[in-house]
Write a protein that binds this ligand. Structure first.
Ligand SMILES: NC(=O)c1ccc[n+]([C@@H]2O[C@H](COP(=O)([O-])OP(=O)(O)OC[C@H]3O[C@@H](n4cnc5c(N)ncnc54)[C@H](O)[C@@H]3O)[C@@H](O)[C@H]2O)c1
Length: 338
C-alpha cells in the first residue's frame, strides 16, 4: 500500500485527498500539510488515520510518507519537488512544475542528477477518454497530417484576483501540454492576442478573452481561446484540421431536453467535475506505477512540465510585447525518452 502525503488541501487538494482515500486502489493518505491548519484539520477529521503535519518539508521527510502529492499554490511546487527528489520519494505535482522555466529546469536537472524518474505532472487531460480518442485518431494518420487546431478553454466566472499571468500559467497551460502531447510535437513560436475585452472581466490586468497562438516545430498552427468569464458554463473544445478531414473532441453526453418550444442540452460550470474521470485515472496510474517502482509512461513527466513552463514564459513575454516570441526549447534528453 502506497503511503501518500498531500501538501495543500484547497479545492483541488481536497478532491485529490478524497479520491486517494476512497477511490484509488493500492494507495492511502497518511499525512496532510497546509498553511491553513484549521481547514486541513476539517478535511481530514473523518479519517482518524491521517495526521496533520504543519511543515511541508517535515511531511516530505516523514518515514510514513512514500510518495508526495503537491497541490499547494503554484509558487510552492518547485521547492517541494526539489525536497522530495532529495528524499528519493515519488511525486505527483499539480501543474505548473514551477512558476518559471528557470525554476522548472532546476527540478528537471535535480531529477536527472538523482538518476530516477520520480515526478508525474498533473496534466489530467492525457487521461481523459475523449482526448485519448482524439489523439489516437490523429496519430493513426487516417486523416493525413495535422495542419491546424482550434482549442477553446472557457470558464463561467473567475475570482477578481485572476489576471493575465494566470490566464497563461493556470489556464492556457492545459492546452499547451495537451496539444504538444496530442500531436507529438513541441512549440517553436508563441503569441498572445488581446481581442476586445469583455465587460465581465473583474480585473484591470485581465484581458478576457485572449487568444494564444502556438506554432509547432513541424509548422502546425494552434489557436487556443482562453475565456474565463464566459458566463454560460465550463466548456472545452478542440478541433484538429488534417489533410484529409477534421477531428473534433466529443462533448460530454448530457440529457437532451425539450420544453416550452425550446430544445437544449445542459452544461456544467464545474471544471473539476467535468474531468473527474481523468483525475481518477491519472491517480490510479500514478499509484500503480509507484507500487511497481517505476513511472507511468502515459503521464506527463517533469520534462513535459518544463516544456510547458518554457512555452508559458514565451506567452507572458508576448502578452507584453504583442509580438510573436520564440519558444527556446532544446531536444528531449535521453532520460525522458521512453
Ligand atoms: N490539473 C487541474 O486541472 C487543476 C485544477 C485546479 C487547480 N490545479 C492546481 O492545483 C493547485 C491548487 O489549486 P487550488 O485550486 O486547489 O487552489 P486553492 O487556493 O484552493 O488551494 C491551495 C491550497 O494550498 C495551501 N497553501 C498555500 N501555500 C501553501 C504552502 N506554502 N504550503 C502548504 N500549503 C499551502 C492553501 O492554504 C490552500 O489550501 C494549483 O497549483 C493549481 O494550479 C490544477
Amino acid at each position: 500500500m502506497l503511503k501518500v502525503g498531500i501538501i495543500g488541501v484547497g479545492s483541488m487538494g481536497t478532491q485529490h485527498f478524497l479520491r486517494l482515500m476512497n477511490k484509488i486502489h493500492g494507495a492511502t493518505v497518511t499525512a496532510v500539510s497546509d498553511i491553513n491548519e484549521a481547514h486541513a484539520k476539517e478535511v481530514i477529521a473523518p479519517y482518524p488515520t491521517v495526521r496533520f503535519i504543519a511543515d511541508p518539508i517535515t511531511l516530505i521527510n516523514d518515514p510514513e510518507v512514500d510518495a508526495v502529492v503537491i497541490v499547494s499554490i503554484d509558487s510552492t511546487h518547485e521547492e517541494y519537488c526539489l525536497e522530495a527528489i532529495k528524499c528519493g520519494k515519488y511525486i505527483f505535482c499539480e501543474k505548473p512544475l514551477s512558476a518559471s522555466a528557470e525554476g522548472a529546469k532546476k527540478v528537471v536537472d535535480a531529477e536527472i542528477a538523482g538518476g530516477k524518474r520520480l515526478i508525474q505532472m498533473g496534466f489530467n487531460r492525457r487521461f481523459d477518454p475523449a482526448y485519448e480518442e482524439l489523439k489516437a485518431l490523429v496519430v493513426s494518420g487516417k486523416l493525413g497530417a495535422p495542419l491546424v487546431a482550434h482549442c477553446a478553454h472557457r470558464n463561467a466566472n473567475y475570482p477578481a484576483q485572476y489576471d493575465d499571468v494566470v490566464a497563461v500559467t493556470g489556464t492556457a497551460i492545459h492546452e499547451i501540454d495537451t496539444m504538444a502531447w496530442l500531436v507529438g510535437d513541441y512549440f517553436t513560436k508563441a503569441q498572445v492576442i488581446f481581442p476586445k475585452c469583455s465587460r465581465h472581466s473583474k480585473n484591470e490586468n485581465l484581458h478576457d478573452p485572449q487568444i494564444v497562438m502556438l506554432t509547432t516545430s513541424s509548422g502546425m498552427v494552434i489557436s487556443c481561446e482562453i475565456w474565463v468569464n464566459c458566463q454560460y458554463a465550463y466548456d472545452i473544445r478542440c478541433e484538429v484540421l488534417c489533410e484529409d478531414g477534421t477531428a473534433t473532441l466529443p462533448r460530454p453526453s448530457r440529457v437532451d431536453v425539450c420544453t416550452n418550444q425550446t430544445h437544449y442540452k445542459g452544461m456544467t460550470t464545474d471544471g473539476l467535475g467535468y474531468f473527474a474521470e481523468a483525475y481518477d485515472r491519472e491517480f490510479q496510474a500514478w499509484a500503480d506505477a509507484c507500487n511497481a517502482g517505476t513511472y507511468c509512461k502515459a503521464a506527463a513527466s517533469a520534462w513535459d512540465g518544463y516544456c510547458a513552463a518554457v512555452t508559458t514564459d514565451s506567452c507572458l513575454k508576448s502578452q507584453k510585447s504583442g509580438a510573436i516570441e520564440a519558444v527556446p526549447l532544446t531536444d528531449r534528453p535521453d532520460f525522458y525518452i521512453d
